[in-house]
Design a protein around this ligand. Sequence first.
Ligand code: ATP
Length: 370
Amino acid sequence: MAKVVLEHVTKRFGNVEAVKDANIDIPDKEFVVLVGPSGCGKSTTLRMVAGLEEITAGNIFIGENLVNDVPPKDRDIAMVFQNYALYPHMDVYNNMAFGLKLRKFPKADIDRRVKEAARILGIENLLQRKPKELSGGQRQRVAVGRAIVREPKVFLMDEPLSNLDAKLRVQMRAELSKLHNRLQTTIIYVTHDQTEAMTMGDRIVVMKDGLIQQIGAPLEIYHKPNNIFVAGFIGSPAMNFVEVVLRKDEQGRYWVENEVFRLRVPDEKAREIQNLPAYVDKKVVFGIRPENIEDAEIVPDGHEDVSFVANVDVVEPMGAEVYAYLNVGDQAMVARLDAASKAKDGEQHRVLIEMEKMYLFDPETELAVA
Ligand code: ATP
């Protein structure tokens, strides 16, 4: 069993609090992704699990063992870094075998493990090559292979794909997910790329300024973000946020309005957001994802109370769809519209908001109104 548990873990560098009271419970075999912008503390968190960084306060458990004072080599972990740090003078076989030789593993055992890892990674035909004779993706596989041969309980990966070009990154993303299924081990993976987090993680830990903002399955975080930061960080292009005032009319219907639009909150949505009544006649932050804005002119009628006319700034064709950048009063929004949209740069265009997909946030606390 190789669950990993962080209990009230804090790390201070002088007066910088890099990680603040982190609590993460990672079950055995889970692929968990730590994600957040640069400097949010994700690498420091991973390095504390690896034993490369001392913990200022709190406890870390790997399996059943408290590892706070256990040196890295005795933690039963293997790490894959951003720069693969392969030994240039050794061939692939020996790069993979090196760590095991140091640990005085029997030769036959080393040979079995290297060949098995090479088979899993599809690099059996590269074992005699030197790193300089490999492509970026192949080097990356060797770096992963070096971790696999250790047969660790836990893999720790710090931005392992960030040196690869965009296409290879997409391919390796899928390969690492498959590898996880095959190896059935716990993986803790650090990235600043929300797409990697969404596509690879069983669960995602979103961090900002040393603080965990939310932990959950990718779709749970996408659909139910805790706060404005998480809502804006997960999803691409990012969620739109517009300042509005919440109103309730005489029929008990709720509306969000500003100087440009007045949009009806669906009754079901209003019932779902239990704290809604507390915000009537107050400022709230209205959130809508670009994919939940449609071209009203190519949708059948009957949407007057959920559509408005926006000033189109720029339209970017993406092939299957277009990104329309809109000016809504003095605020900007982006919409992912159908490729058939006739929206044009500099013109006005009616857009439809899928109001059942809307979010509201408290402008003071930035927390989701729930
Ligand atoms: P990146 O994606 O840029 O690597 P990160 O989220 O991994 O960022 P960390 O490397 O964990 O962030 O750093 C978190 C904070 O701790 C940052 O403010 C950083 O400057 C600080 N920090 C990290 N290592 C040290 C150190 N050895 N000494 C002092 N401050 C440090």
